[in-house]
Design a protein. Structure first.
Length: 157
């Protein structure tokens, strides 16, 4: 569970669409059992998700909202891929959004003196084929390391 709380109006980019959610947003990988908010608010939130899908801006969406009183609303609309509707317990690959969380954590570790931005990969990780161990943490965070997305590289087997 990733518990990122954003007060007031939260804007969550889902695929190619921006969904505006009033209240407090909390991103979950798998929803648990929690009390539901007032039915009218739940209906409004679900309608917002449904309108997004109906507008053709996205194939599918899954969202969770934690209300100020701690009640949680989960909603889904659309499909994860053709013929497969999204369900509230569906797990998604969060792709590039992890970059900002990883960067924040690394900067906290730098602040605590546990590592530096000039540390090399070989100081912290095992050796990987086709990866230069001299690449620094700073280069990784700046996306200047030259490391490619392996499955897209021609030599990936």
């Amino acid at each position: 569970m990733i518990g990122i709380l954003v007060p007031a109006i939260a804007i969550l980019k889902l695929g190619w669409v921006l969904v505006v959610i009033w209240g407090v947003l909390r991103v979950f990988t798998v929803p648990g059992s929690a009390a539901q908010p007032e039915p009218t608010l739940a209906q409004e939130l679900q309608a917002a998700l449904d309108r997004t899908i109906e507008a053709g801006n996205s194939m599918g969406v899954s969202a969770a909202v934690v209300m100020p009183d701690g009640k949680v609303w989960f909603g889904v609309s659309g499909n994860s891929h053709p013929g497969t509707p999204i369900s509230p317990d569906m797990v998604f690959s969060i792709e590039s959004i992890t970059k900002m969380f990883t960067a924040a954590l690394i900067l906290q570790l730098v602040e605590e003196g546990k590592l530096t931005l000039e540390d090399s990969l070989e100081e912290w990780l095992p050796t990987y084929p086709h990866i230069d161990g001299r690449i620094t943490i700073r280069q990784l965070l700046n996306h200047t390391s030259g490391v490619t997305h392996s499955p897209e590289h021609p030599s990936y087997a």
